[in-house]
Design a protein around this ligand. Structure first.
Ligand SMILES: [Zn+2]
Ligand SMILES: [Zn+2]
Length: 339
């Protein structure tokens, strides 16, 4: 089969590789569409030890079951599926408590096992979620990142936040804006250093938008909220600066949710946290329920993917990946590969 392989540091190429066989409890999925994730681009650029070549990347994908291994029941060739990016043990306290995303033994497609930038991929049946006919392959590939944004809102106490600020208008940020909009938030604010991305955020309902290269974000958010601060601020970037901004721009009693993973060390104001009882949540990956909610959001037309998502044939994968890594395009944000 054809696959976009990552054979060595700083190298990516489309090659013929052996087809995977389903192990016990696994199925083989013919990939219909697979999104290139920012985390993969970052891992490629920084030579992250979390994704060590040789590897086939790709963890945001959907497709069709083509073969089932020993012991698989309930799935048959022809079933349309979306795949949880995490492989979990199913037996530990976290898994048994419905918090499988926090399983200490979790693995990730395209990290600990071959990923989805290929025609076929072997998948444990426990990772499968049925995908309705009305969801297109491109929407199917975006279910996982959308579910990441759904997960964010599952963490905050505020059920009906009025003002939501999203820092970082990349894929997760744009999904978070649309989940907030679907959940009824009246006022959406987007923050990014890239004006083209802010334009997309604006088209999806963010008003106002702030570029920190031109204006100080915290005073601007305070002014917009009549001095109070936002109910929820989501940091989809993950630098020390953006995390601190997320905490400080939240109102007293409000919440900052950190989902970006750009840097590790972070300095925040202890006064903002203690004196303002501002909560900080870390958000990681998704639960099976988040995936089902994301499918529902697509099914009910709540999520716009034009004009920011663009499909490419798998053959163009190396070129598109390098472009995203070195010279981010101005005319789209998210690339989806179609094997
Ligand atoms: Zn991802
Ligand atoms: Zn577990």
């Amino acid at each position: 089969m054809k696959a976009l392989v990552y054979p060595d540091w700083n190298n990516l190429e489309v090659r013929e590789v052996p087809e995977p066989l389903p192990g016990p409890g696994e199925v083989v999925v013919a990939v219909a569409a697979a999104g290139i994730c920012g985390s993969e681009i970052e891992a490629f650029v920084s030579r992250s030890p979390r994704r060590t070549p040789p590897l086939i990347l790709g963890h945001e994908f959907c497709g069709e079951v083509v073969a089932a291994g020993e012991g698989v029941s309930g799935w048959a060739p022809g079933d349309r599926v979306v795949v949880n990016s995490l492989i979990t043990c199913g037996r530990c306290p976290a898994c048994l408590d419905g918090m499988s995303h926090l399983c200490p033994g979790r693995g990730v497609f395209g990290m600990n096992r071959p990923g989805a930038f290929a025609e076929l991929v072997a998948v444990p049946a426990a990772c499968l979620v049925p995908l309705p006919e009305k969801i297109s392959p491109i929407q199917g590939a975006l279910v996982e990142p959308l579910a990441n944004a759904v997960h964010v809102f599952g963490l905050v106490r505020e059920r009906f936040p009025e003002t939501v600020v999203v820092i970082g208008a990349g894929t997760i940020g744009l999904m978070a804006l649309q989940v907030a909009r679907a959940a009824g938030a009246f006022r959406l604010v987007a923050v990014d250093t890239n004006d083209a991305r802010l334009e997309v955020a604006h088209a999806l309902g963010a008003e106002p938008v702030f570029n920190p290269l031109r204006e100080a974000v915290v005073p601007a958010v305070r002014e917009f909220t009549r001095g109070r601060g936002a109910d929820v601020v989501i940091d989809a970037v993950g630098t020390s600066d953006t995390r601190r901004t997320a905490v400080t721009a939240a109102r007293p009693g409000g919440a900052a949710v950190w989902i970006g993973l750009h840097a590790d060390g972070t300095e925040v104001s202890g006064h903002d946290v203690v004196l303002g009882e501002r909560a900080i949540f870390g958000s990681y990956a998704v639960t099976p329920r988040d995936l089902r909610t994301a499918i529902g959001l697509f099914a009910h037309g709540k999520i716009e993917l034009t004009p920011w998502v663009r499909p490419f044939p798998l053959e163009d994968g190396a070129r598109v990946f390098r472009q995203l890594a070195t010279d981010p395009p101005r005319d789209f944000i998210k690339a989806v590969l179609l094997p």
